[in-house]
Design a protein around this ligand. Structure first.
Ligand code: AMP
Ligand code: MG
Length: 291
């Protein structure tokens, strides 16, 4: 039947890119964040999911170009830094966004409480060791920011010490960026209510028990102090080379879509071609034919 051509479900577009809509600006107030909101996106959930899966092919190709670049002497890499309270969806980002690309090109690192060996070193020691090599997409599930989050809230080191760390982290990230790494920082924020539901699910379902940690409740009890610690992170460590993006995370599909777009934009911006062959292609074809 003639009529309007069917609209592709992936034709929906951002009204404002997440790079702009989610970027922390001076004066940003975390307390005012609506954690169910979908900044920059008005096309709804199914269009959002469709765009996320449509990102797969392009992201995958660009990641392969980055990998090829690393194999041929390039010094570039991308580092995705994920922060968020428990149940914020960091693992879902790894599975559903990072999972769109070839795992061979990913260097994933989850940061838990430091081991004894790590504790005997400077807090950035273990972070430096986990930085992506040239050609890789590095992913930090938690990061050096724990050293000004849980460490601050639980007073694991004196204030005189943690208060120095913001400047130190900025200097560290500047150095990392100068070495060829694009840093994409995303902080996922769930509401206290949504977190209760997600934790309840973990308790109800035997297949989710392994994800539950009794200390998650302790963190809930300290919620205001964590929010304050996050506010300080956003105030003090959102820099030009490594700006923070605040991602409302009560809607998982939105958080995944937004972070996939941030990553895609970063990869596009690298403007990577394919490395030129360092051999004579025609000559090799002739050799192959004769073999
Ligand atoms: P999960 O991400 O659920 O596996 O939990 C990891 C735990 O390790 C969280 O409670 C973090 O706060 C904690 N953690 C990560 N980094 C540090 C750190 N530098 N110092 C103390 N605890 C940390
Ligand atoms: Mg946990």
């Amino acid at each position: 039947m003639p009529g309007r051509p069917e609209q592709s479900p992936t034709s929906a577009v951002w009204e404002t890119s997440p790079a702009a809509a989610l970027r922390v600006r001076p004066g940003f107030d975390l307390a005012g964040l609506d954690r169910r909101s979908t900044p920059g996106w008005t096309a709804g959930k199914s269009a959002g999911k469709a765009l996320l899966s449509a990102h797969g092919d392009r992201l995958s190709e660009l990641q392969e170009r980055l990998f090829a670049d690393g194999r041929t002497g390039g010094d570039r890499s991308v580092l995705l830094v994920l922060q968020g309270m428990d149940t914020a969806g960091k693992g879902g980002i790894v599975r559903h966004v990072v999972g769109l690309v070839d795992p061979q090109g990913v260097q994933h690192h989850a940061f838990g409480a430091p081991t004894e060996e790590e504790r005997s070193q400077h807090y950035l020691w273990r972070v430096r060791r986990a930085l992506p090599e040239p050609g890789y997409l590095g992913v930090f599930d938690r990061s050096h920011y724990e050293d000004v989050l849980i460490v601050r809230v639980k007073e694991l080191v004196p204030e005189s010490e943690w208060s120095q760390r913001y400047d130190e982290i900025n200097a560290f990230e500047e150095e990392v960026a100068a070495s060829g790494t694009r840093i994409v920082k995303a902080a996922l924020f769930v509401s206290l209510d949504e977190q209760r539901e997600r934790l309840a699910k973990r308790l109800e379902r035997p297949d989710k028990h392994w994800k539950y940690d009794p200390s998650d409740i302790d963190a809930r009890l300290e919620w205001p102090r964590y929010q304050e610690a996050y506010q300080a992170v956003l105030d003090r460590t959102s820099t030009d080379v490594a700006p923070w993006h605040v991602v409302p995370a009560d809607r998982k599909w939105y958080a995944r879509l937004a972070i996939s777009q941030l990553l895609l934009d970063t990869f596009e911006d690298l403007d990577l071609g394919w490395p030129r062959a360092e051999f004579d292609v025609e000559h090799e074809k002739a050799r192959l034919a004769a073999s």
